[in-house]
Design a protein around this ligand. Structure first.
Ligand code: F3S
Length: 391
């Protein structure tokens, strides 16, 4: 891979050990994937934040790094709400380690916003055609597909290295030739709300890491596209998709010849099939995977108006969205539902004490059994609220 004279100097350690380590990681990735050079990036979104997932080894690695990030960088959700962690049932010991991780990222100049929806917090992290290095799978899918920015599926160390150097290796989805669709998915159903998550759940399993091109009968909102992409990234490894007449790069391509059809019954079946072992009725109803947008909070506030939940209900969102919308948050909390920031029902150990989680997200439905060790049931947003209000 070609390196500029300045990059060579960094590789030789002239900018210190941290930048040297970071560029070594980028060059190693570039060599593996046959990149020709490093390219400048506009932002990074860094995974490897929850103490539940990175443990002491991850904490030690981040704490040893010195210097500052070179581009705006934001974090993935942590293992707890950084303010209301006691209310989540998080132990003092876990909270201490989690705070140490956050402190280590802060020392590197990373913005302490822990969210999988960075595009809902800052407008200037990624625009059409920008190269970025993001690492949460739903955020990657959104950046590539809905914004039309360009990112690979970065691991935590890759994204942090890109943040420190301000560049990433030029391969994969940064290149035009890897962004064209491989398979047409015709959807024979009118969809709304969580149906898109259910569709993504099925489609991801079918296409793996291909680039699907959807032909839909309904026009999805941005939140619905986000649900579709999040679920496909979880049940498969889809990092980019196109929707005919909707997403910004779709009209560059002809629909692929290789095609499958998904019917309404298949989508409805996702709601019937629980995932994971365990039994019993849902004892936790969780919204906000990916982190709830303002529109989603407004919908929940409307559905919960004047009602009291009888079960544990969590609404996960980013701290920025919570802080900017106090009236909506208050209306949700008045029902007894809890609003948590900086974390989510999947990456926090707090959900492990429940037996069965009901979710309106295809991504959470896929991950909850493996990452939380409990059963998951998927339902529409309205059905989740009905369940929350039942005795
Ligand atoms: Fe975000 Fe957690 Fe879901 S990181 S996409 S809310 S699993």
């Amino acid at each position: 891979m070609y390196l500029t004279p300045l990059e060579e100097k960094i590789l030789n350690g002239e900018r210190g050990a941290t930048c040297q380590k970071a560029i070594e990681i980028l060059v190693a990735l570039g060599d593996i994937y046959d990149a020709d050079r490093l390219i400048p990036i506009k932002s990074t979104q860094i995974a490897g934040v929850s103490y539940k997932t990175i443990g002491d080894a991850g904490l030690e690695w981040i704490s040893d790094l010195k210097g500052k990030v070179a581009v705006p960088s934001i974090l993935n959700p942590a293992g707890m709400d950084l303010e209301c962690w006691k209310e989540m049932g998080i132990s003092e010991e876990f909270a201490k380690k989690q705070k140490d991780i956050i402190k280590a990222y802060k020392a590197l100049g990373v913005k302490i916003e822990c969210s999988c929806t960075p595009y809902n917090i800052y407008d200037d992290l990624a625009s059409f055609g920008d190269h970025v290095a993001w690492s949460e799978s739903s955020a990657i899918s959104y950046a590539n597909s809905v914004i039309g920015a360009r990112t690979n599926r970065e691991g935590g160390p890759g994204a942090l290295s890109a943040a420190l150097i301000g560049k990433t290796a030029n391969y994969g989805f940064h290149l035009d030739e890897n962004r064209k669709p491989d398979i047409l998915i015709k959807v024979d159903a009118k969809l709304r709300d969580s149906d898109y998550g259910a569709l993504g759940y099925i489609a991801g399993e079918m296409v793996g890491d291909k680039v699907p091109f959807f032909r839909l009968k309904s026009k999805p909102s941005k939140d619905e596209l986000r649900s579709l992409g999040a679920a496909m990234a979880a049940s498969g490894a889809v990092a980019l998709y196109h929707v005919e007449g909707v997403t910004p790069e779709a009209d560059r391509y002809e629909a692929p010849r290789d095609a499958i059809t998904i019917e309404e019954k298949q989508i409805k079946d996702v709601y019937k099939s629980g995932t994971g072992t365990g039994s019993g009725e849902p004892d936790l109803i969780a919204f906000g995977c990916p982190h709830s947008s303002v529109d989603e909070l407004a919908n929940l506030a409307r559905l919960l108006e004047g009602k009291k939940v009888k079960k544990e209900v969590w609404v996960c969102t980013s701290r920025a969205i919570k802080d900017r919308n106090p009236e909506l948050i208050e209306r949700i909390q008045r029902s007894g539902a809890k609003v948590f920031c900086d974390t989510c029902m999947v990456v926090s150990p707090a959900s492990e004490r429940f037996k069965c989680m009901m979710v309106n997200s295809g991504k959470a439905h896929k991950y909850v059994p493996n990452l939380c060790g409990i059963k998951s049931v998927m339902a529409t947003t309205e059905k989740c609220i009905e369940e929350a209000l039942k005795d």
